[in-house]
Design a binder for this molecule. Structure first.
Ligand SMILES: Cc1cc2nc3c(=O)[nH]c(=O)nc-3n(C[C@H](O)[C@H](O)[C@H](O)COP(=O)(O)O)c2cc1C
Length: 250
């Protein structure tokens, strides 16, 4: 495997099968946007930094910082919905009905929202939701489900956020954590609205509000790259749309 300079490249050759618990968990790994149980997670068991440098994971577990992180995530979701361009960019990934899912084979679908079976059946019968309705739904879920039931938040941080190799390493660490969580029956939900708002404030030249608030929850000098919540799920996560192997492997 080579990561740079031309993007990640993986050459596949034949050989004897080598077992790995993370490989075995691939089929069980789904982003879970549903409610989590009120039960603590032993977060240290989720992280293996072997062979990965320049990144670390900070866990936000204690009630006070966890509540501050929840408020930050809710405020970032609200700011994102109020920003027409970001709202449009988000909505472009939403696949309202099965026709849309089959056409794109990517993005966010109703099946991946963590609904119970009744709610999912009702949602599938409704016409494709508007951008405004989708934003309101997401904001409400952020308040009443995502932040309300997070057992802990994880943040992958670094001192070199703009370095491409660091960014790829952070992605590999995230994948490891997600697969390890899946192998232990622990759910993970990516929540990147705060870093998206930090970038947005920077690129529009707005006053930095989210950067300083996030920094106050992290060790000095460390920059957040990826944010997620973990917990024991009330319901299993569901598979999301995928392209055919032939569409992505050359
Ligand atoms: C780098 C990265 C950032 C993501 N950020 C978010 C996010 O902020 N909110 C969210 O709901 N899902 C987020 N996701 C989850 C993707 O939407 C999800 O992986 C995709 O829908 C595929 O679903 P799956 O993980 O269940 O296979 C993120 C995923 C990655 C890899």
């Amino acid at each position: 495997m080579t990561l740079l300079p031309d993007g990640a490249r993986i050459d596949v050759t034949t050989g004897p099968p080598v077992g790995s618990p993370l490989y075995d968990a691939i089929g069980e790994r789904h982003t879970n946007r549903g409610p989590f149980e009120d039960k603590p997670v032993a977060t240290s068991t989720l992280v293996d930094l072997a062979g990965l440098s320049g990144v670390q994971v900070r866990w936000i577990l204690d009630p006070e910082p966890r509540a501050a992180m929840s408020r930050l995530l809710i405020d970032a979701a609200a700011a994102l919905c109020a920003d027409e361009q970001q709202s449009r960019d988000n909505f472009a990934w939403f696949r309202g009905g099965n026709d849309d899912v089959q056409r794109h084979r990517d993005g966010l679908s109703l099946g991946g929202q963590g609904f119970g079976p009744l709610m999912l059946a009702v949602a599938k019968l409704l016409p494709a939701s508007s951008r405004e309705a989708g934003d309101q739904f997401w904001l409400k879920q952020t308040i009443t489900v995502h932040t309300a039931t997070a057992a802990a938040y994880g943040v992958i941080t670094t001192n070199t956020p703009d370095d491409r190799a660091t960014q790829l390493t952070a992605g590999r660490l995230l994948e490891r954590i997600h697969l390890t969580a899946a192998s232990q029956g622990i759910a993970l939900h990516h929540m990147n609205q705060v870093t998206e708002r930090i970038d947005r404030e920077r690129s529009t030249g707005a006053v930095a509000t989210f950067g300083p608030r996030f920094a106050s929850l992290l060790p000095p000098g460390e920059q957040p790259l990826l944010t997620f919540r973990v917990g024991y799920p009330v319901r299993d996560g569901a598979p999301s749309p995928r392209r055919d192997v032939a569409q992505v492997v050359r």
